[in-house]
Design a binder for this molecule. Structure first.
Ligand code: DX5
Ligand code: ZN
Length: 230
């Protein structure tokens, strides 16, 4: 099961970085210990805002050997898989709510040798993606409504992480569980109680990468030790 059951690691979301300096912001994240980088792709349709496309992933790919975790918040994700796969993304995650033929999109992502992730918004229950769980490499639980960084966490969504851990154990599945939205110093303890594998952080991380890694990274470290999650 790879790194499942180890302490969670942080994936900084570039959505909260300075868009005039993607290269140096990425370097800053990596210098502070980030091994995963989260790319929030928005199309102005599935969510109101527009961010960036595959060219950004491609241009940054040459500057990093980290894991590139692409979170597609777009309608018709099947039209984007090829370009993002070719841009050097490692994980491509799309939304259950964005397309009818989710299983086909998972297979499409895998056909490029990429890891496939499925995400659910706060109002989508886990049972809606149960048929996909044997096939995916990652499940991204949105703990805010997608579209913006800096929102307040909807804490009720965190029970989905526990639920997904249970289903993973029973089904002997291999997906990682990631949580995205509103993670900060005060919400982190609640997140840690559910033991996700990946914690995405936008504003809390980029407001102060060093401070984040010292304070929240330290909290994660200590919490992991406390519950002996190894
Ligand atoms: C929201 C994005 C998140 C966002 C998280 O739609 O998917 O990845 O960047 O930002 P924070 O951590 O500020 O909630
Ligand atoms: Zn995201």
């Amino acid at each position: 099961m790879g790194n499942i059951m180890q302490k969670p690691f942080v994936a900084p979301s570039l959505l909260s970085c300075d868009f005039s300096a993607f290269g140096s912001e990425l370097a800053k994240a990596e210098k502070n210990g980030a091994g995963w980088i989260h790319f929030d792709v928005m199309d102005g349709s599935f969510v109101p805002e527009i961010t960036f496309g595959a060219k950004l992933v491609k241009d940054l790919r040459g500057k990093s050997s980290g894991v590139f975790d692409v979170h597609l918040m777009v309608n018709h994700p099947e039209t984007q898989v090829k370009t993002f796969a070719e841009s050097g993304a490692d994980f491509i995650t799309f939304h259950k709510e964005s397309t009818v033929h989710c299983h086909r999109v998972v297979e499409q992502i895998k056909s490029y040798g990429k890891k496939a992730g499925i995400s659910i918004v706060p109002s989508t229950p886990v049972w809606e993606i149960e048929p996909l769980l044997p096939f995916v490499d990652l499940v991204l639980v949105m703990s805010v409504n997608p579209g913006y960084s800096g929102q307040k966490m909807i804490r009720e969504t965190l029970t989905k992480i526990t639920e997904l851990r249970g289903l993973r154990e029973v089904g002997e599945y291999g997906y990682l569980i990631s949580v995205d939205g509103g993670v900060n110093e005060s919400t982190l303890p609640f997140v840690m109680d559910t033991s996700p594998d990946v914690i995405v952080s936008g504003s809390a991380f980029f407001n102060s990468p060093e401070g984040f890694m010292k304070k929240l990274g330290g909290l994660i470290e200590n919490y992991g030790n406390k519950v002996q999650r190894h």
